[in-house]
Design a protein around this ligand. Sequence first.
Ligand code: HEC
Ligand code: HEC
Ligand code: HEC
Ligand code: HEC
Length: 353
Amino acid sequence: MARKTYRLRSSGVKRYHFQSLVLLLLALVVPYGTALSGKEATDPSKVVGPNECAECHKQEVAAWKSSHHFKTFREMPRNKRAKKIAKKMGVRRVKSGSTCLNCHFTVQLKSKKKKTISGISCESCHSAGKDWFKIHSEYSGKTAKTETKEEARARWKSAEAKGMIRPASLYRLAKNCYSCHVVPIEDLVNKGGHRAGSAFELVSWSQGEVLHNTWHSKGKQNVPANAARKRMLYLVGLGVELETGLRAVARATSRKLYAFEMATRVDRARKKLVAAAKAAPNVPEIAKMIEFAHSAGLKLNNGSALTAAADGVSKLLVKISASYDGSKMAGLDRLIPGPKKFKGTVRNAKAVK
Ligand code: HEC
Ligand code: HEC
Ligand code: HEC
Ligand code: HEC
């Protein structure tokens, strides 16, 4: 079958090219599903705020303060585009009670009132801390030296059971980035003119301005991910891109920009995974993810099949992040973006007053 490329003009500025498979979206206009809100709110009653973390994590806070995640607090609401988007969405103040909160800000319950306390902060990525932040740092009531290995394991298990997202749980970590960096809210994109998400890739987006691996070197170094860790970041990131994209297409109800953007995202992720499967043939789960991705058509009104496909991908990702460490995936190295592609500048570790 001949592959056609179609063009669709949007607001006269950008031009979008779509391949025939994405065009399937044009076939059906039956709405599916209900309005969904994208990132789940971090529970404001459990947020302790970055100042609390700063007491022990000064270096990490310093790195965070030079990132977009921190700056969005002041800058986004003043941005002209923000005002435009908000107006179209009928949002009066982006910093209070709006759809924008979950992805752009941290909200804390202070004397029974919800206060927007900062931009995207520690707890946006490591989860709201109230139930775990004491546990994670107490060395089981001993010291770093006297706590036994079993006690440390139990401590981390308990912190995770209370919600903590640790760097070791790569799948949870990645999924959390994507819960904001893909914007699965159809109205916000089609009506509000908000981007459908970022051109996100986990290695390049985590190893630049976001990097704050300063704890285990006692603040001496901001340690970049090693080769094995990068492979895992790359692979799990791609898988989550696919999963999140499938769920986003499942929510598409009209053949407009949102649906095209999300279907294109899935298509791109599938292609990159095909390359990854070839480069790392010893990881059979990659091919299985691709199979799931092809099990549901990228079209409107196909929510249950697409969601089932995403669930299948999810199970494989849990398995991949638990049973591999990247050491035997050197084939992936040539696919992974290098330092020139890293987003923003790494903050050098240096003494913090
Ligand atoms: C009282 C000091 C203290 C406070 C407050 C604190 N931490 Fe920690 N944090 C620690 C210590 C100590 C460790 C390392 C424990 C270890 O290595 O076993 C740690 C480790 C971590 C880690 C790395 C976990 C891992 O898997 O290696 C993360 C992430 C983290 N903290 C996040 C936070 C966040 C977010 C907050 C605020 C909500 C916070 N911490 C508040 C002391 C603290
Ligand atoms: C599901 C998460 C999500 C929600 C909800 C959301 N945003 Fe965003 N927003 C993002 C992400 C991710 C980016 C960064 C996109 C990129 O990589 O360029 C962004 C970027 C922006 C930008 C800067 C980029 C641009 O287009 O100029 C503005 C302005 C903005 N958002 C405004 C808003 C407003 C206003 C709301 C609420 C009406 C809102 N956002 C709701 C995730 C979200
Ligand atoms: C954008 C999401 C994000 C934000 C915001 C964030 N972190 Fe992290 N954090 C991560 C990721 C991702 C890693 C692990 C990266 C890796 O393993 O390569 C990490 C690792 C850590 C570690 C382990 C460092 C080490 O040396 O091993 C600590 C401690 C930590 N974060 C604390 C914090 C604190 C405190 C804040 C707030 C000031 C914060 N984080 C904000 C995503 C985030
Ligand atoms: C709570 C939502 C949220 C989470 C979670 C989140 N981000 Fe973001 N991120 C955003 C928004 C919104 C922006 C755009 C902020 C702006 O510029 O106003 C952004 C911006 C960024 C930027 C700067 C992009 C640029 O244009 O230079 C990087 C890099 C980034 N995020 C990486 C990550 C990584 C890596 C993770 C996971 C470890 C992550 N983010 C998790 C919402 C989030």
